[in-house]
Design a protein around this ligand. Sequence first.
Ligand code: TMP
Ligand code: ASP
Length: 243
Amino acid sequence: MTQLSPLYEGKAKIIYATADPEILLAEFKDEATAFNAQKRGAIQNKGVMNCAIASHLFRYLAAQGIPNHFIAQVAPNQMHIRRVEIIPLEVVVRNRAAGSLCRQTGLPLGLELNPPLVEFYLKNDALGDPLLTGDRLRLLQIATDEEVAQITQMALAVNTHLSRFFAECGITLVDFKLEFGRSQRGEILLADEISPDSCRLWNQEETDPEKRILDKDRFRQDLGAIEEAYALVMQRVLAHSIP
Ligand code: TMP
Ligand code: ASP
């Protein structure tokens, strides 16, 4: 399919139009940012690794009945996706305390959260992606109450499936961020990507709190061996069959 002009360039992906108005092309970049792009760098081969990981996870979630925007992987760092209107929310699910939850509450790193937490952040870098309350979510009219309920339910279902998937790969899914969109038909679809950029993943074979980190925290915290961590996630994810 012919690729047209870029529609949008984000921090980790470029989105192109295609000849089919319902289908977009997402190209995954090696560039990496953290802390709302205050820290910038590149992770060698990240585009290819994240595209492969996300493609596999989207296929797996579709097989589990989670509707998502993925159509097909069309190149090592490119996938065709269904065109959606992105809902400007970052939906974070947490199974263990880490990151901003520890910083903001003082909870100890790794504390098990049962039931898992579902949090909504406003997707707006200029405002620093603030955490929203239920009332603020309603005030901003970003999504209807029904959509918020549906997104919460989908996020928890994604968590159930992905936690099991990663456990079978010897990896603990600590937390992750999802984005959702509305399709032309008004259906809510899981969108964006699921990768070591958007998840916290701990290697169950390591007890050392730094060595076990297999995600973008290696970049955020300058821990080194970032490419190796992403490659290990890719290898284990791709080796996990899709039912
Ligand atoms: P946090 O602990 O920094 O709030 O992050 C929670 C999860 O969301 C973690 O897996 C990293 C992911 N995340 C993103 O994908 N994009 C973001 O902009 C942020 C802040 C977090
Ligand atoms: N994705 C965000 C950024 O690029 C933050 C993060 O992942 O830490 O700045």
